[in-house]
Each structure stands twice: as structure tokens, then as C-alpha cells.
Design a protein around this ligand. Sequence first.
Ligand code: NAP
Length: 299
Amino acid sequence: MKLAILVGDRREVEAAGYFRGWVEEVVIAGCPVNLVPEGIGYTRGLPEALAGARLVVGPVLGLDSSGGIKNAYGCEMKLEETALASMQKGGLLFFGSSNPALEVAAAAAGVRVIPYRERDDFAILNSIPSAEGALQVAMENLPVTLHGSTALVLGLGRTGLTLARMLCGLGARTVVVARNPAQLARAAEMGCCPVPLRNLGAVIREGTVVFNTIPALVLNREVLGKAQPELLIIDLASAPGGTDFAGAGELGLKTIWALGLPGKVAPRTAGRAIFQVVASFLAREFPEEFADVKSLPTS
Ligand code: NAP
């Protein structure tokens, strides 16, 4: 069986190493040849990579607006129907995210797209390097320790929960701000200070650092105007983020929009998460063909 890895950034390069030995043939496209892990076949481009593949694993980053694969190494790869049609019929295409054009091309080529970025199992594993990376950014930019500081975590979803737990472990006074009562109840259970989102303006002045995980404009000018001038804002939310960055700049507040942290701070762990999620999916849906990942090492 052939599996093709289409690289977006270092994460997929690292993922390739985990797939090695799990299926007979693993090939890779979209990275410089010197990065290709041992035992992985290097291909010059997408058509060669896809030909005869039963499985394709694409990048967490997904596609750009013109349908090209987002790629950190300047490699241009476009998933067109002709290339997809060279895959095995019934093949599976794992991609961070999908779009209608990809779905149409895949259906015409007789292959199935499985978007994995928003799956809970991936997002929870991915939250670990995200949260560690956020702490690293905070430590590099604060003049004080997180221990003893007041850290606000906006949103208690998959990323916020992991981050809040780590902050508690470091001894930060952790304030969780959310609109969802169940998340506030969880925050209380964890020993954090729960604050309804509508009260963000009242609580922000207590913050040494704010970590935002809410993908909506919650740190608006009115709220920012109540912050103390030394506040550090680390926004983790994907575009367009949750901060009025221009407004914060005018108020003299320091903001860092820290995107793509897993690939930057722990690409191997992030690559392993891709492998784990793909392998678990296959072991569950096709148990006779694919081994379970339970027997794998944990790092
Ligand atoms: P998630 O599990 O869906 O959590 C999102 C949180 O935001 C939840 O608490 C959710 O609560 C809340 N929320 C969503 N829309 C809201 C709104 N309009 N108003 C108030 N609260 C709202 O998402 P996640 O996996 O944690 O990811 C969070 C963000 O971080 C996403 O933008 C994701 O792309 C990004 N991310 C960034 C990195 C990085 O490296 N920077 C890494 C991972 C993820 P409700 O139940 O109230 O909706």
C-alpha cells in the first residue's frame, strides 16, 4: 500500500517518520530533499506522489484561497481532479481542512476527503504544543514569572482548557473568561476563577497577561481601554483573531498574534498528532487492514 504525504510545513515532514513502516510505501512531496526522513521516498511533485496512492495525508494548514496547498518551502502544489484520479479508487485524502472545490474534484476522482483539523482528537492533541508554545511566548515577553501573575484565558475550548490547566500548574492566578456556563463550571472545578464573558471589561484590569482562544472580536477597543498599560496580550485565535490589534497599538498595549505554534515549537509532537489521528481513524474504520496505534511509543 502506498501513502503520500503532501507537506505544508515541518509538521508533515515529521509525520512522515511516524508513518514509515506502518504501510509498505511512504512517499513525500513539497519539502526540500535534505529534509526527507530516511526510508521515505522523495517525489518531485504532486502527480508523482499521488499516482497509485491509497492514502494521502495533506497539511494541517490546508488550502489557500486559490486551491493551492499552503506550503512553507515555496513548493507549488494544486490538487486537481486529474492528479486525484491517479490515486487508487476509493482512496482516502486526509487534509487539515476541506473546501467545496476539493470535495467536487475528489468526488469526481472517486476518492474521499477527511478533514481532520477540527476533529476533537486532533485538536486536543494539538492543544498541547499550542499551550506550551503560548507559555513560551509569555515567558519570553513578560518581565515577571507566570507564577504569581494573573493570567486571563479567554475561551475554555480545546486549547483554552489545556492552557488553563498548565497555568494553574505553574502557580498563576488563572482567570477563565467564557460565555458558556458549562465552561465556567469546569473552570471553577479546576480551581480557576470563572468570569462570564460579559464581565471581561471589569476583570481585564487585573491581568498581567491575556491569552485569547476565542475566534471572535472579544478584545475590542472598549475592553482594551480598561487594561493596565503593561498588559501583554497573546492572541492564539486564527484569522481574523479576537483582538482589535490597531486599537491596542493606539493604546500602547503589547499584542502578539501567535499563530501556528505547534509547527514552530514542537513540530515532531505536532507531526505525531497527525499520524495518531489518521492511524486511529483507519484502525477504527478498516480494522482488518490497519493496525491500531496503541502499540506505538508515546514520543
Ligand atoms: P474550540 O475548542 O472551538 O474553543 C473555542 C472557544 O471559544 C470555546 O470556549 C467557545 O465557547 C468560544 N467561542 C467561540 N466563539 C465564540 C464567540 N463568538 N463568543 C464567545 N466565545 C466563543 O477551539 P480551539 O480548538 O480551542 O481553538 C481556538 C482557536 O485557536 C481557533 O481559532 C483555532 O484555530 C486556534 N488555534 C490556534 C493555535 C495557534 O498555534 N495559535 C493552535 C490551535 C488552535 P462556546 O462553547 O461558547 O462557543
